[in-house]
Design a protein around this ligand. Sequence first.
Ligand SMILES: [Zn+2]
Length: 332
Amino acid sequence: MPWLMPVLEQFGQALDQGRLPHASLVTGERGVGKRHLAECIAALLVCDRRTPGMRSPCGECRQCLLVAGESHPDIRVYQPEKSRMIRIDQVRALSQFAVASPQVAGIKVAIVDRADQLNINAANALLKTLEEPASDVVLLLLQETGRPVLPTIRSRCRVLPLATPRAEEATGWLAAELASREQAPDTDRQALALHLAGGAPRLALELLDSDFLTRRDAALEAFRQFMKGAITVAAAARTFRDLGLEATLNLMEAWANDLARVMAGGDARDPGIVEVVRYLATSNPPWRAHQLVDAIRDSRRALVNNVSPELETDRLLVQWRGLMPVRKRSAG
Ligand SMILES: [Zn+2]
């Protein structure tokens, strides 16, 4: 993942110069490789044979073998579990880990995968660890773009923004990852996955490895039928339920953005939605597309509270349908 190199280099230089930040906040789009980067940094930090200028671990020492076996006791990952949030007891475990002596390495690394998913108690508990740093612990906090992290946490971290790779770089990486597969998806499918992943290559790979694209195809077909008035909102919403609300919102936001693009004289990026958005663009003023994007963002904000996914999906579908000319709607 060549696009991680600038950030790894930045971190490596700080390490070489003895200016290693106690806590770093790696920010970037979902699926861009934040976790992978954090794991690379952690592996480099614990390696016994690390020398200045080294940007990847030796791969041979005892520490590196433990890392390879995913059993290094001085590297811990804290991430949301079923609740989708990191809970206070997880942060308490982190705090204990931070003050305990390293077991086999000279340093401990705690990765908080989704510092934007800490509930308020957990965030306050983490703040204590950030305020009174032990000298032999490095914290790597990961933040997904667009998801807020408490300013008090952010201000105690060195922020390392991880940029989404350029399209050619992402396409090339994805193709190379898939090249060894027996039944690699074709380039159209790869391009679609990258598009749906917002250009984030690891997420695109994840989508291709799951049945996401199949479920997305079913939702798209139901959406088309619903817009024509051929099926009910309940029937359409059912196919979206299989995708989950987060993926539903991502899809709808991408479609709404496509609509805005077409209204502005550009092209839709999702080939599956071209026909629908072209039709809608002929009969709606541009502000309707932006209104739709706003509604989808409202739903996304509501996601952290326990909203009913069915109701949110219904609401958005009805709003989309409102863009159809009235004559067409009654004819359906
Ligand atoms: Zn090593």
